[in-house]
Design a protein around this ligand. Structure first.
Ligand code: DCM
Length: 152
């Protein structure tokens, strides 16, 4: 794990030297409700299917991070959210791509989650965060998610 994190840090140093429009940001939502965070299991591509992530997707050119996350969560889960602060650091996904986790609050917490691209969703307490088989980048955010869950 330590070697992977260090490699990620070196990649991030490289990314810091790039102009903003040369970096692809992937936003992911930490949807927190009732002391739990929503995890979603990928169904595609085959190489990632079965692994868990914080739902989200790529920011389009000219789009804000918050607008992109709002759009992605509406498309993927059928929910409306208010986007809050970043949780944890940007995590390198590749030489020009980072994962950025943002807090997302459900506008209507009673409305059921209706996943269109994931085959399972799960609400996790802080104690359950380690249970899913997370994507590598999401796994690095877990300590920060745990702190965010404890905060409220
Ligand atoms: N990704 C990730 N963690 C997330 C969301 C996405 O590591 N929480 C990665 C998986 C893909 C890329 O970002 O390599 C783009 O995601 P998507 O295929 O959902 O657009």
């Amino acid at each position: 794990l330590r070697r992977r994190v260090l490699r990620g840090e070196q990649t991030l140093l490289g990314i810091a030297a790039l102009a903003a429009d040369e970096v692809q940001v992937v936003v992911a939502g930490a949807i927190v409700a009732g002391g739990r965070v929503l995890a979603a299991r990928r169904s595609a591509p085959a190489s990632l299917a079965g692994r868990w992530e914080l739902p989200g997707g790529k920011v389009d050119p000219g789009e804000s991070d918050a607008a992109a996350l709002t759009r992605e969560l509406r498309e993927e889960l059928g929910v409306e959210v208010e986007v809050g602060e970043q949780i944890g650091p940007d995590v390198a996904l590749g030489p020009r791509r980072v994962l950025r986790c943002l807090r997302a609050r459900l506008l209507d917490p009673t409305r059921p989650i209706e996943p269109t691209e994931h085959d399972q969703v799960r609400w996790l307490t802080a104690d359950e965060l380690d249970e899913p088989d997370w994507l590598d980048a999401d796994d690095e955010l877990l300590p920060h998610l745990r702190t965010a869950l404890a905060a409220r």
